[in-house]
Ligand binder design. Structure first.
Ligand SMILES: [Mg+2]
Length: 234
């Protein structure tokens, strides 16, 4: 029986993929070959083929370093110029401005929160981005009622490190076995939560998978929309 809910933010509550699309269309316009397919550019960005964002969440690389590497890899793949530190600063100012402009909650996010509020189910966010940044993002999306519990800055590492899931439970004063963690990445989110002793739930929104995402790890649940979370409570 699930009595509490921990939530991922990016591509779970917030349509981060849509915001990246918005930012990357501007990047493509300004920097990349005219023939670059926007969907391929977006997929390339999200796939993080060099594993640099993952390295950042393991505490091995700063946020700036991972993003600069990804920007240069994107440019190398789609015909953009190599960015030195100065050129990257200008690139990132535009990228970040358009990324933020694109921040939107999914349609079912507020509906889930309403239902959880109505039932008195405690919830909060555990994310692999910086806590203060995620507080801004939640507010910009109108879902600031979600308490930002644990970010990559809390321990200097992110999911799937078990500590971040346990800290989320501790801050909500709930027990791991009766808490579900919902996120869009099958291994990092659902699998990581499961290994930490929570109930892992993979949110597999139709049409939004990253390369390599294909199966929910054993023992986890798979849902296609946030309101399906409510079925876990009954
Ligand atoms: Mg996510």
């Amino acid at each position: 029986m699930i009595e509490a809910i921990l939530l991922d933010i990016d591509d779970t509550l917030v349509d981060t993929r849509g915001a990246f699309r918005h930012a990357l269309l501007r990047v493509a316009d300004e920097y990349l070959d005219a023939g670059a397919d926007p969907e391929e550019v977006l997929a390339h960005w999200r796939d993080d083929r060099g594993g640099w964002y993952r390295a950042h969440t393991r505490g091995e690389m700063t946020h700036r370093e991972q993003r600069m590497r990804r920007a240069n890899d994107l440019h190398a793949t789609f015909g953009g110029p190599a960015l030195d530190h100065e050129a990257y600063d200008i690139w990132d100012e535009g990228f970040e401005r358009h990324f933020r402009e694109g921040w939107r909650a999914f349609d079912d996010s507020a509906a889930l929160l309403d239902a959880l509020d109505e039932r008195g189910i405690p919830y909060g966010a555990v994310s692999n981005a910086d806590s203060a940044y995620q507080v801004l993002k939640l507010a910009a999306c109108g879902i600031q009622r979600v308490p930002m519990l644990v970010g990559v800055d809390t321990f200097g590492v992110g999911k799937p490190d078990e500590r971040v899931f346990h800290e989320g439970c501790r801050l909500l004063t709930v027990d791991s076995p009766t808490t579900a963690y919902i996120g869009d990445e099958p291994d990092l989110d659902a699998g990581g939560a499961q290994r930490a002793g929570l109930h892992g739930v993979w949110l597999d929104r139709p049409g939004t998978r990253r390369a390599g995402h294909g199966e929910a790890p054993a023992g986890t649940s798979r849902i296609e929309g946030l309101l399906e979370v409510l079925d876990l409570l009954s």
